[in-house]
Design a protein around this ligand. Sequence first.
Ligand SMILES: Cc1ncc(COP(=O)(O)O)c(C=O)c1O
Length: 453
Amino acid sequence: MQIKNNILETIGNTPLIRLNKITRGIPADIVAKVDYFNPGNSIKDRMAVKMIEVAEQEGKLKPGGTIIECTSGNTGMGLALAAIVKGYKCIFTTTDKQSKEKMDILKAVGAEVIICPTNVEPDDPQSYYSIARRLAREIPNSFHCNQYDNLANRLAHFESTGPEIWQQTDGKITHLICTAGTGGTVTGTAQYLKKMNPDIQIWAIDVYGSLLTKYFRTGEIDMNEVHPYFSEGFGEDFVPENYDMSVIDHFEQVTDRDGAIMARRLAREEGLFCGYSAGSCLQGLMQLKDRLKKGDLAVCIFHDHGSRYVGKIYNDQWMMERGFLEVRTFRDIISGRGQKQKLVTLQPENTVADAVALMRKYDIENIPVLKDGEPVGSVSEAGLFQKVFSDPAIKDTRIADVMEPAYPLVDFTTPLERLSHLITRENGAVLAKDETGGFHILTKYDIIQSFAK
Ligand SMILES: Cc1ncc(COP(=O)(O)O)c(C=O)c1O
């Protein structure tokens, strides 16, 4: 029988999956160690369990004890799962920058979550590091895991992530690409891989706003490098003990925007719905792709699952607000028209002859019909042509008797892509009202023109 005794036995042995589309054109093989297949949906399950096991062995965690940790969510999830199976309580401190989904997930598995401010120094009493340390001092029979400085973190990757990658690639891996936060994943995995083959290149991926890259290059802890960033889970404003910089060959920084866009591409082009850092990891590799040659086998580590980021990088609004996604809207197309044109309209009591005259005069095909300032119908050149053809005497007929339905009324911020779906054979235009109450029209012709730009 193949039965796991508990959820913790499902941790690890995650698949290595080839990237096929985004990396097309790179001569090397690019594969991903997709660690969202762990039960807590992230690679951090591995080190969470290891930290607890080591603490138990060292007598630092006793039955019925409380696990305390500063965590952006993923480590917390792994710890919470271990706590459930092993009978501990969990208290986590985290920052107000982390996604709400992550906190709710931790609460769902029984943890208490304390949210602390992001933009304070690590040794500020309000920081999530300081609060975790204080709780550990005050709560009896508690154990502060401290994933940053607890070397069981990197040991977990030395014992599991590294050997798995070595076996899954038959020892043919030439490059490891991995985002770096506590440093546990990159260091532990690299220590094992370098032990097996010292020529394997280890590329750590960092974010702008973190001091790790400069520290790696110069040995200097430069707080001027530090500024807030949107990327989650990696980059640091100090150098945790888990780093062994001697096993890392290169540090590469990625912008918030590039990482987010690449995560979205991973979902759409490879079917890999991963977290923010996976996008940054692959973006880092793409920035370094010219260093890869035929016969190389590059392994990217994708730390976690995309479901935790649906309100962020997978939300168009969130992306647009940060300038990460350029979505052209109704407003953009109108403002690209240059000088303001007054909207040509008809009244229901106008005649077909009036409509034809306006179409000729302004060289237009679609005219909205307004009554008391509101759209009540529309007239199109194609529709009129049909009617004039079957009844030449129609020119004195009132517009009210021949008009077609009003054009759909949309918001000024409606994206171009949505607008294009609203324009059909039956419906040649869309309308939107500006802040002053004036209407603006976009026709099939406008939409085609703007796609061509
Ligand atoms: C989503 C995500 N990516 C990357 C990392 C960085 O891994 P490490 O802390 O082992 O350096 C973490 C760590 O918490 C993470 O949660």
